[in-house]
Design a protein around this ligand. Structure first.
Ligand code: SF4
Length: 375
């Protein structure tokens, strides 16, 4: 989990490649919500994979589609939402799209567990913390009675709850915010998952507790060999916990790379904007930059770059051609992609635009529009 700053980008790339045995493979995920007036394309063609024991960070502003991606993987998209037919989510070699609710319950209980931002949304206030962990143990591991209680205490100890034998009988309101999140993680572990999806698990916690929870997740990952999908809007958290990162904007992944590579060589203008908004001790009194404007809500297939209205590097073609993810390799790193018309940067601008438009073999599209500031 935690990104070691001493690791080079090439090391990180090689590690990701070595672990290419993907536990989760999401391909062309499209999750839409139908309203009376329109269809919202909350997740629009997202693809990524996670290897065993790897942490992939999914980062972006609120409204970028991160949480809907997580809920889609968990089979928690309810009507009026649906996954479009070309979407694929393979977990441990098994296709999850199209499973019945009953079949999905077994996936959620066995292979994949989720930790949400607000522990109170997961914990039931009228049952003790122990009851709730024991229920998960009974459902997913067939334990009951003293066996379940002992295991619940062991799990609470595993997640760092002091005096677990006593606290197992306490109610959620008797736990502090940080302890509640630890209890939720213990409940998730009761399912003995291979993949843990963490949706902003530390956002509601103060900074010290946040650091403790991140440390706990790193320890548990090491101990249990967990793969983690870590969702956050916070690039600082990404730097601490992830091996690889997928940056989301308006329902799409716009850049993907090993974490060190992403921080050293961000390519997409949106990623650069996110990185400029991280508080840094080196920045002194200098004001943090923010990205002007808001994430749009996509309601039609993209025919342009959705970031164009906010992009400081936009040129005319950005409003006419939808960028596809293309390799933006740094030497020694071959799994870095960006969906931006500025790339591949070793191609003339017009040719790059044509490639994105899927018309490379034909006379280029919008040559005049491709702008005069060729890179
Ligand atoms: S395609 Fe154009 S608008 Fe979109 S990120 Fe790249 S330069 Fe900016």
């Amino acid at each position: 989990m935690a990104a070691d700053p001493s690791r080079s980008a090439a090391d990180a790339g090689a590690a990701a490649e070595a672990g290419d045995d993907r536990l989760l493979e999401v391909e062309n995920l499209q999750t839409v919500f139908h309203t009376e007036r329109e269809t919202i394309r909350a997740v629009d063609g997202v693809s990524f994979g996670i290897a065993e024991g790897e942490t992939l960070g999914l980062v972006g502003e609120s409204g970028s589609g991160k949480s809907v991606t997580a809920r889609s993987i968990m089979g928690l998209v309810d009507s009026p939402g649906e996954l479009l037919p070309d979407s694929s989510i393979r977990f441990d070699g098994r296709e999850l799209t199209g499973l019945s609710e009953k079949q999905y319950e077994r996936v959620r209980g066995g292979g994949v567990a989720m930790v949400f931002q607000d522990p109170l949304s997961t914990l039931n206030p009228v049952y003790t913390v122990g009851n709730q962990i024991e229920e998960a143990l009974s459902l997913h591991r067939g334990l009951s009675g003293m066996d379940a209680t002992e295991k619940a205490i062991e799990l609470l100890e595993d997640v760092g709850i002091p005096d677990a034998a006593r606290r197992v009988s306490e109610y959620p309101h008797e736990f502090s915010g940080g302890m509640r999140q630890r209890a939720v993680i213990a409940m998730a572990l009761a399912c003995d998952p291979d993949l843990l999806i963490c949706d902003e698990p530390t956002t509601a916690l103060d900074v010290t507790i946040q650091a403790q929870i991140l440390e706990l997740l790193a320890e548990l990952q090491e101990e249990h060999g967990l793969a983690i999908l870590f969702i956050t809007h916070d690039m600082g958290v990404i730097a601490e916990v992830c091996d690889r990162v997928a940056v989301m904007y308006a329902g799409e992944v716009v850049e993907q790379a090993p974490v060190v590579e992403l921080f050293e060589n961000p390519r997409h203008p949106y990623t650069r904007g996110l990185l400029r908004s991280i508080p840094s001790t080196q920045r002194g009194a200098e004001r943090l930059e923010t990205i002007e404007g808001e994430v749009p809500t996509p309601n039609a297939p993209a025919t342009d770059c959705r970031f164009a209205p906010r992009c400081p590097e936009a040129f005319d073609a950005c409003r006419e051609v939808h960028p596809e993810a293309v390799p933006v390799a740094t030497e020694g790193v071959d799994d870095h992609t960006a969906a931006c018309l500025l790339y591949p940067e070793d191609e003339p601008r017009e040719q790059a635009v044509d490639r994105h438009a899927g018309e490379a073999a034909q006379p280029h599209v919008g040559a005049d529009d491709a702008g005069g500031d060729s890179r």
